[in-house]
Design a protein around this ligand. Structure first.
Ligand SMILES: Nc1ncnc2c1ncn2[C@@H]1O[C@H](COP(=O)(O)OP(=O)(O)OP(=O)(O)O)[C@@H](O)[C@H]1O
Ligand SMILES: [Mg+2]
Length: 278
């Protein structure tokens, strides 16, 4: 079942910048999908359409096959289904303390104090930030703020979680922890949409990738389908994952071919190399 669809979306900012140029993008319920694109490609602009923060200049957004409307009640409804973690946590965090910030959404939709408290605790634990309940968000480091912003959306338990560059600014362990959390949430049924330009991380978690450049979707498919098209990837200022690049060099420069596809993760490369030498 299709949970989000962007149909023929054009978006122009008030200064005339055409940030989205006829985008068609679909997300099936239960997907874990990465939107990959360079700086200025239109990732954040597209994401802000998914729960009606931006209204398209042309085209339509559908959530659960229903056309998105922009009156207050429709927006309240869609924002319970589709939670967005903004690229910049400073755009999201506003309360005097971490716990009040995370509690805001759940209390706002009428959950009890008790249930809210539980959700705050659970989501802080999930992002590895337990113990920071009483801190003012503006006293946190960039990566810590990012985790609190994720916790705030997690506490709403949305059907679809949209995360705009969730790992940028996180240390390697923090980034792995967040990706594992998203992977687990997806296994429990949550639909996850992530934007990134981190080509090394994408193939580890994403089952589908859409590549966006200059406001257009230029490639869609499985990680292998997308990264096999090296030309398109490089034309969009992106690159192969490092491990695939190494295997490409071995193939092209040293005529050492280990497999038909370049492996995209360490795990795949390990298997290909072992298969090759055995
Ligand atoms: N408020 C704004 N007013 C005018 N133009 C804007 C505004 N916000 C973004 N843009 C422009 O729209 C285009 C798409 O920007 P967007 O922020 O969606 O890119 P992005 O893919 O999220 O990039 P990044 O990887 O740097 O976050 C860019 O050309 C940008 O300069
Ligand atoms: Mg962005």
């Amino acid at each position: 079942m299709r949970i989000i669809e962007a149909k023929d979306i054009i978006y122009e900012y008030p200064d005339g910048t055409k940030a989205l140029d006829n985008i068609n993008f679909q997300v099936e319920k239960g997907d874990i999908i990465a939107l990959l694109g360079p700086n200025g490609a239109g990732k954040s602009t597209l994401f802000l359409h998914f729960n009606g923060i931006l209204e398209p200049s042309q085209g339509k957004i559908f959530v659960d096959n229903e056309e998105l409307k922009y009156d207050k009640n429709s927006l309240i409804k869609v924002r319970q289904k589709v939670g967005i973690v903004f690229q910049n946590p400073d755009d999201q965090l506003f309360a005097p303390t971490v716990e009040e910030d995370i509690a805001f959404g759940p209390l706002n939709i009428g959950l009890s104090q008790e249930e809210t408290k539980k959700r705050v605790e659970d989501s802080l634990t999930k992002v590895g930030m337990e113990g920071y309940e009483k801190k003012p968000p503006h006293h946190l480091s960039g990566g810590q703020k990012k985790r609190i912003a994720i916790a705030g959306i997690l506490a709403m338990n949305p059907e679809v979680m949209v995360l705009d560059e969730p790992t940028s600014g996180l240390d390697p362990k923090g980034a792995s922890k967040i990706l594992k959390l998203l992977y687990d949430l997806n296994n429990e049924g949550m639909t996850i949409i992530i934007s990134t330009h981190d080509v090394d991380l994408v193939p580890i978690y994403a089952k589908k990738i859409s590549v966006i450049n200059k406001g257009k979707i230029i490639k869609q498919g499985t990680p292998h389908e997308v990264f096999d098209d090296v030309e398109t990837i490089r034309s969009a200022n992106l690159r192969l994952p490092r491990i695939a690049h190494l295997i490409e060099i071995l193939d092209k420069e040293d005529h050492f071919k280990i497999a038909n596809h370049y492996p995209l993760t360490i795990g795949e490369a390990r298997k290909d190399i072992l298969d090759h030498i055995q």
